[in-house]
Write a protein that binds this ligand. Sequence first.
Ligand SMILES: [Zn+2]
Length: 314
Amino acid sequence: MSGWVQFGPITVIEGSGGARFPFCNSLLIGGDPPVLIDPGAGPAVLVPLAATVGVVLNTHYHFDHISGNHLFPRARLLINEVEAGDFRTRSGLAARLGITAADGPEGAGRWLDAVRQPGERPPAPTPHARHEWWLSTGRVDGTYPYGREFGLGATAVVMVHTPGHTAGFCCPYFPREGLVYAGDYDLTSFGPWYAGADGDPAAMEASARRLAELDATHFVTGHQEGVLSRAEFLARLEDYLSVIRRRDERYLALVREGRDFAAIVAAGVLYPARYHNDPWVAMWERLTAAKHLARLKAAGEEIPPIPPRLASPQ
Ligand SMILES: [Zn+2]
């Protein structure tokens, strides 16, 4: 995608850096007042909108979709009802992200202490220590309903509950414009991301297939690609979802080599091992290994012991 794309009153705003993580494509809905969905496009494009946007919607709690909330202090901030309570407490977000499962409640406390501190952070693969975590969470002015059409700016939306990426994740569907914001069902070559404690690969696959059944002509991905026609979205969906089974196969091969849990994690099925010194990359690698080993166990495979907190992270 290059530049901004218009669908009636809806503008697809291209995220900075080609909308690669930690940025995303945002949606601006014209109306009185204008509404912004997922302010993760980056300050350069979002700051000029701060004076006019009256409502900000978050599809879920992840950094790359909420980092700009704090740029809109006068807007009403709405998030889904599953994640709203944890968004207010912030410690609940630590549990959803996987910090509590990986490092215990003490680790969650250390994370909150770290992100509370103002200032720039050294570059890192993940935004684990970024102060925007503190600035852009803690406040929720309300929730929106799942699965029911309501007026939004100059149009109407249905927030389709599509759990799997996170438990509360949803995709804004605009029936009048035939448009779906598919968000993190993003069809990137990386494949589906369900590494957080509240992520679930089977649910993510089922949700993606339900998304494809919506009566829409265009799908907007949260990252990189941006606007896809219905035909493009459907053609690439199976490839994207097949990454889940390819990961199953790689984990199964490691199990059959007789590796223990730590050695399976070290193989880096999700992220190359050179990134594992980032605390969140390491955390998500462990959580993802635990999820896939549980799938293999359910399919009748014998698997090595999984650390208890990772085996039931929520
Ligand atoms: Zn996300």
